[in-house]
Ligand binder design. Sequence first.
Ligand SMILES: [Zn+2]
Length: 470
Amino acid sequence: MKRIVITILVCSLWAGNALATWCESPRLGMKSSAMIRRYLNDLADNSSGYAKVRSIGTTSGTDGSPPKEITAILITENASWENDGGKPTVIITGAIHGNEWATPEVCLGIAEYLLDNKDNTAPARDARGELINSGAGTAAGETTGIIPRLNSISRLLKKIQVIIIPVYNPEGYDYSQTPEGKMSYYGAGWRPNRRRLAAGPQEEICYRQDGTVYPAPPADAEHCFLADYDDTASGGEVEEESVIVCESTDGKTLSLFKPSLSVASAEMFDAIYNSRDPRRVVCASGQRRVWKETWSGDDEDRVSLARARKEGYLRPAFGTDINRNFQYKWDVTNNQKHLFIRTRSPSSRMYRGPGAISEPESTAMERLIAGRNVVALIDYHAGSTQVLYPYAYSTRDRVNRNILADGTGRSDYEIFHAVSEKIAAILNRYGGDDKSISGYTAAQNYNGTSVGSGVARDCYYQTEGIAALN
Ligand SMILES: [Zn+2]
């Protein structure tokens, strides 16, 4: 036990140099969520009352493995989960996506930094000796703004509290480190949680082209589903979320639909609905579907449903993408044709869940925020070199409220943009030394184009009034 803790400590302190490579070597393994919890407990035990650890909820548990704790550390002077005196609160989360392994490390680094400097009254400096918040204390006084403009950690921890959740999705995170989890999605690793979806064929849901749900699956149209493509019999591999399969109206035949189109395109979505004779609609159920290459004949890609079922067409589906499960714009369909098939399919790594806030993880966050004075939230991802602000659901709609009030008279949109640019600029300061930290930009949407429904940062801002960034 002691050695494990020391190993984690060394890895965390030395992240960024050669030791980090050793710490993250696949042979030796990554930190599990349980190891991170033990480490947080150790930090709190040695914090002189500046840190308290608590579980904010438990995951659902999945086939064969019990529920896991979602662990948080609260850092402030006289830390108390029970009575925080309404202190302005900043929440920091990592690993909402299981495969983003760097993000718990960032969270642990921040926790260590704050606690190492809890008595430090000098202006905070980064590892290169540069002032972290050089403009602090001058722009608009210490008490106005999103968070107090303080630059010493000692004073910061008197004024605000920081809640850090290094592994927000412990089930997905731990699973992403298993051999099967690592292989998932072309080697990118497991992203959602691991809740097994209960729905069977009787829970099949079909959608109209405008995204609304049919009261009952239409009998006069083929039902089309997202599916994986299994080419292993011919020496290939399982291509995940790569094809659309359609079940005939008489329920006897399964066929592959237009495999030349990407399932993640508006063209595919429209092509399904533009079908005539037979008519086709997009459907989803609680099962993962797999099309086998061996079912494709010389002229046509079609097989009897009875044979397909016998040979493994339907399998259990696991996992909801927690970052698609929040209630604000959970059901948005406008301008989302290219995402629609995925977010509504339980077999997809970007599945939005059976309902808004249907997951224990999103429910735990709602509970954590309720009754606290949460002013800012940073949700760390490891997918790109961008600092992202709301709204994720649209490339056109801009944040148009003025609730953040940083004391400068700027609109929320201007504040989000300016703060994101500032963070990107701070990150880019390291560009010369570390090529992995360079070229950061501020943006509203992933890659400037990709939109998502039910994204956490949209909900944190719109529903809870929190300045939330990714
Ligand atoms: Zn992510």
